[in-house]
Design a protein around this ligand. Structure first.
Ligand code: PGA
Length: 250
């Protein structure tokens, strides 16, 4: 099964509009002939600016989260309707920083996944274990639970718009990458879980990204693994110098 590679930059809580515009312009120019699927996810405040720059290019516009309701009295939240209005195409959900700093649970994340899909977005559903869970031998079980719970209610038709990102929490922003073998083992397990839910043919088409300290010097070895279909990149996505070699890995 040949699947495209999908390289995404999660800019997290970084960059003013001017800084975001500079980076977006550099990526548009340099990835013009890029062979993979690309996404940038700036902060909400820079979505409009970056959206104008990537519109009509091969780089999609992503948001880092959304509210679990369409609209209403939800101070501080951003709705899918507002994201659609800005031209956002993809929403990252269940990122470990949302799960662990802001205490989002599987139920809330699942609600967001279904809402985003209902409104026509693509979704990147992030899953991943804590260090103590890995050390206790629970990495597969945790990722399985987060995948199954996160995808509750998602139809076989809609799963085509879902990418899963395996991001071991202990590898995010720490400089510690999972070895390609350890990452591959979890990716293969997630695909098995997806096959149980949607059948083997559909599961074979699902893109599973790896995230957690992906850098120019480790990207190719990770991507070489059968079930690793791309990367969700944080720190190294903040500069063209470090994101481009990942986006154009050979
Ligand atoms: P990192 O972040 O590349 O800085 O480890 C990845 C992520 O959180 O998506």
């Amino acid at each position: 099964m040949s699947r495209p590679y999908y390289i995404a930059g999660n800019w997290k809580m970084h960059k003013t509009r001017a800084e975001a515009a500079d980076l977006a312009k550099a990526l548009v120019t340099d990835l013009k002939d890029g062979k993979h699927k690309y996404l940038v996810a700036p902060s909400f405040t820079a979505l409009e600016t970056v959206g104008t720059i990537v519109k009509g290019t091969n780089i999609m516009l992503g948001a880092q989260d959304c509210a679990c309701e369409e609209q209403g009295a939800h101070t501080g939240e951003v709705s899918v309707l507002q994201l659609k209005d800005l031209g956002v195409q993809v929403i990252i959900l269940g990122h470990s920083e949302r799960r662990h700093i802001y205490k989002e649970d599987d139920l809330l994340i699942n609600k967001k996944v279904n809402l985003a899909l209902k409104h026509g977005f693509e979704v990147i559903l992030c899953v991943g274990e804590l260090l103590e869970e890995r050390e206790a031998g629970k990495a597969e079980a945790v990722c399985e639970r987060q995948t199954v719970e996160g995808l509750k209610g998602v139809s076989a038709g809609d799963i085509a718009r879902v990418t899963i990102a395996y991001e071991p929490v202990w590898a995010i922003g720490t400089g510690k990458t999972a070895t390609p073998e350890d990452a591959e083992a979890i990716h293969a397990h997630i695909r098995k879980v997806a096959a149980k839910l949607y059948g083997a043919d559909t599961a074979a088409k699902i893109l599973i990204q790896y995230g957690g300290s992906v850098k120019p010097d480790n990207a190719a070895a990770l991507m070489a693994k059968e079930n690793i279909d791309g990367a969700l990149v944080g720190g190294a996505a903040l500069k063209a110098d470090t994101f481009l070699p990942i986006a154009k890995f050979a």
